[in-house]
Design a protein around this ligand. Structure first.
Ligand SMILES: [Zn+2]
Length: 150
């Protein structure tokens, strides 16, 4: 490792993700902390990574289990692509279910009130889903950016 070097002699870019993930030795953590105190560039990188990790973490925790999130923590790009795939499959199913539901609603003897209620419930579910999908797509762009940065 490069621990022997003094903090300011080398940027700590490659240690930042490990720093955030808590994977560094105490010595490395100290080194990153000291370096970021003095180096604007690395401090900004660190802040950006921390914000990114937080955003991705929250988004995933809301949808997948916490264990799965931990398991995939080191591979956000793969995980995010897989999420997109699932979301697209679910989107397709929602569309099909929607068509079926509307055919049922308009082909049946339900009262107008009941029809409207079913449409409202389905519409609520669908818009909830598409807001999650939109968040995922934004997140995937961020992941690409992160890949370039690290
Ligand atoms: Zn630096």
């Amino acid at each position: 490792m490069v621990n022997e070097k003094r903090p300011l002699e080398k940027h700590v870019g490659e240690l930042l993700s490990g720093f955030i993930d808590g994977e560094l030795t105490q010595q490395q953590r100290q080194w990153v902390t000291l370096h970021c105190d003095e180096c604007d560039e690395c401090r900004q990188d660190l802040a950006r990574l921390q914000a990114l990790r937080e955003r991705i973490g929250n988004a995933r925790l809301s949808e997948v289990g916490e264990d799965q999130w931990r398991e995939n923590m080191n591979d956000p790009i793969v995980q995010s692509s897989r999420s997109i795939g699932w979301l697209l499959i679910i989107a397709g199913m929602l569309v099909i279910a929607g068509i079926g539901l509307f055919a049922f609603i308009f082909g049946s003897d339900l009262s107008i009130g009941e029809k409207l209620l079913m449409i409202a419930v389905y519409g609520g579910l669908a818009s909830l889903f598409f807001s999650v999908l939109r968040q995922r797509l934004i997140e995937r762009k961020t992941d690409k950016y992160k890949d370039v940065e690290i």
